[in-house]
Design a binder for this molecule. Structure first.
Ligand SMILES: Cc1cc2nc3c(=O)[nH]c(=O)nc-3n(C[C@H](O)[C@H](O)[C@H](O)COP(=O)(O)O)c2cc1C
Length: 394
């Protein structure tokens, strides 16, 4: 069955007014981890732009799950601020999800004050530290943190939570043979590597009940030889479906190894150098950025092929992501059997993109994947510097 992308779609019992989701793109708008007016306005504007659902990016389930000091940590004190955000989005007719994650060994010891948690002792070049292999007690605590954070998200008015199982964050580190070198029942075979991620999902489900939408963002591939491979990802998707996920967002890449695999296009080295706070990092990036941050050529719907393999293997709703920029792209995603699409850069470029497509004013976004938005999220808040110039001139 092929859906019209502008027809209503269902995530469990939650009905979205259309099948377009604004994906999580880290906003960089939470100094001190607080909910701010710019964050609320950012998501209100996305909702006003016509998406079915917008996703608030990376909220850590605990203080030690942060990569940066300016990331939100889920706690009861921020629920009133989050409630203002969800009210603002609902008033524009859209739903809103909160992405919950733990970054594992990507955490900076300087930010969290202790050695970062990890499946195994693996060195993180970005944080310049080794992760501390997690004990069963650590795993129980983190699973509880995901469950408690999901409950608080619901209390704050979020219509869904999106659990981050991709991009090399903690649960992705467990799934990946590159970072999971454990010899106990949590490492080795794919079944074992899946054990902790599935325990987290089970705890969240127990906590929020059977009907609350729990979306999982997972990797189709880590993007390098020793990481999670596409054939394994199909099994991961099947096990997440059996474990109670409401829908899956199909992404890829591993921040510490293949950071631009999830986006493709230009490597904005000099913009990234500019926004680094420490001279050490500036020099490191300037000298070695080209080596550590590989370039992947961009093509529209760049995750379609691997996503189709998952489509054939599961029945739950699937969200196609990656380089969706045009009316033709939206239609092709629907015709390929996906239930929803998620868009990042097309909406950062222009939050009115969908209205313009629907009115027939444009056929495709003018985003050219310069990827300077990635640097902007560390320089006061995510935005597209090219679009601002374009609209000023236009
Ligand atoms: C500026 C920026 C920030 C991002 N931050 C996140 C994030 O916090 N969490 C996440 O899961 N993905 C993040 N991503 C990846 C996007 O969610 C998405 O997977 C990717 O951009 C591909 O979609 P697109 O081609 O529509 O932009 C980010 C992407 C960009 C461009």
């Amino acid at each position: 069955m092929t859906y019209d992308v502008f027809s209503p779609g269902k995530l469990g019992d939650l009905e979205l007014r259309n099948r377009v989701i604004k994906t999580a793109t880290f906003e960089g708008m939470c100094p001190g981890g607080e909910v701010t007016e710019p964050l609320i306005e950012h998501h209100r504007a996305m909702a006003a732009g016509g998406v079915g659902m917008t996703t608030v990016a990376y909220c850590s389930v605990s203080p030690d799950g942060r990569t940066y000091g300016h990331q939100m940590v889920m706690r009861s004190e921020i629920v009133p601020g989050l409630r203002r955000l969800t009210d603002a989005v609902h008033a524009e007719g859209a739903a809103v999800a909160l992405q919950l994650g733990h970054c594992g060994y990507f955490a900076s010891k300087k930010v969290i004050g202790v050695r970062p948690l990890a499946p195994s002792k693996v060195f993180n070049l970005y944080g310049l530290s080794f992760g501390r292999p997690m004990t069963p007690d650590d795993m129980g605590r983190v699973a509880d943190d995901f469950a408690r954070s999901s409950d608080l998200a619901r209390e704050a008015g979020f219509d869904a939570v999106e659990l981050h199982y991709g991009h090399g964050y903690l649960l992705s580190q467990f799934l990946s043979p590159f970072t999971n070198r454990r010899t106990d029942e949590y490492g080795g075979s794919l079944d074992n590597r899946l054990r902790f991620p599935l325990e987290v999902l089970e705890r969240v489900r127990q906590s929020v009940g059977p009907d609350y939408p729990v979306v999982v963002k997972m990797n189709l591939s880590d993007g390098f030889g020793r990481g999670l491979q596409p054939a394994e990802a199909v099994v991961v998707a099947q096990r997440l479906e059996a474990g109670g996920a409401t829908a899956l967002v199909l992404s890829g890449g591993f921040v510490s190894k293949t950071p631009l695999y999830m986006m493709r296009g230009n490597v904005p080295t000099w913009d990234m150098v500019r926004v680094q706070e420490s001279w050490f990092r500036k020099v490191g990036l300037a000298l070695f950025g080209r080596i550590f941050v590989q370039r992947y050529p961009f093509e529209e719907l760049f995750f379609l092929r691997e996503s189709l393999a998952v489509r054939e293997a599961v029945d739950l709703p699937l969200v196609l992501i990656g380089g969706i920029l045009s009316r033709a792209g939206l239609d092709r995603a629907m015709a390929s059997g996906f239930d929803f699409v998620a868009l990042g850069r097309a909406l950062i470029y222009d939050d009115q993109f969908l209205h313009k497509l629907q009115r027939g004013d444009i056929e495709r976004s003018a985003c050219d994947q310069c990827n300077r938005c990635i640097a902007e999220m560390d320089a006061g808040g995510v935005r597209c510097p090219c679009a601002e110039r374009f609209f000023e001139i236009g």
